[in-house]
Design a protein. Structure first.
Length: 146
């Protein structure tokens, strides 16, 4: 068996300084912790807030459309919905046009909670953006990642 060659530490430093995935994941975790802490009084996570916001539409969306928007698979989204369903913040209805489809409905208590949590989200976002050079450019760039 051939002896494995270890990568030099300089390679590790190069990856740390250049890896977009590492930088994005690190930033996402830091942002998630910050928003989770802000939403804690509402017993809500940042992911749940984003999901409720994704459901805040004139017509209830299909589960596949929400999964696509949130860049997650349907199984993950379904698991994420369970605690919100138990709290009666969200309901899953059969799609009338296609009985195989499911539509996600934000309930009145879900809308009330979302309305209470929104100012907290906005305040936290403003605090974070204050420390960034160009938040709008960063946001636009992140939305272009395929």
């Amino acid at each position: 068996m051939a002896k494995q060659q270890a990568l030099p530490f300089e390679t590790t430093l190069y990856v740390k300084e250049h890896c977009l995935c590492l930088a994005t994941q690190r930033a996402a975790r830091a942002l998630a912790r910050r928003f989770d802490a802000a939403f804690a009084p509402y017993n809500l996570t940042n992911g749940q807030f984003s999901l409720l916001m994704a459901l805040n539409r004139p017509q209830p969306p299909l589960i596949g459309d929400v999964a696509s928007l949130l860049a997650m698979d349907r199984t993950t989204l379904t698991a994420m919905l369970k605690p919100l369903e138990r709290r009666k913040l969200v309901e899953v209805h059969v799609d009338e046009a296609d009985r195989r489809g499911r539509r996600l409905v934000i309930t009145t208590p879900g809308r009330v909670l979302l309305a209470k949590a929104f100012p907290v989200w906005k305040r936290t976002l403003d605090e974070i953006e204050h420390g960034l050079a160009d938040a709008q450019e960063l946001r636009q760039t992140l939305w272009t990642v395929p």
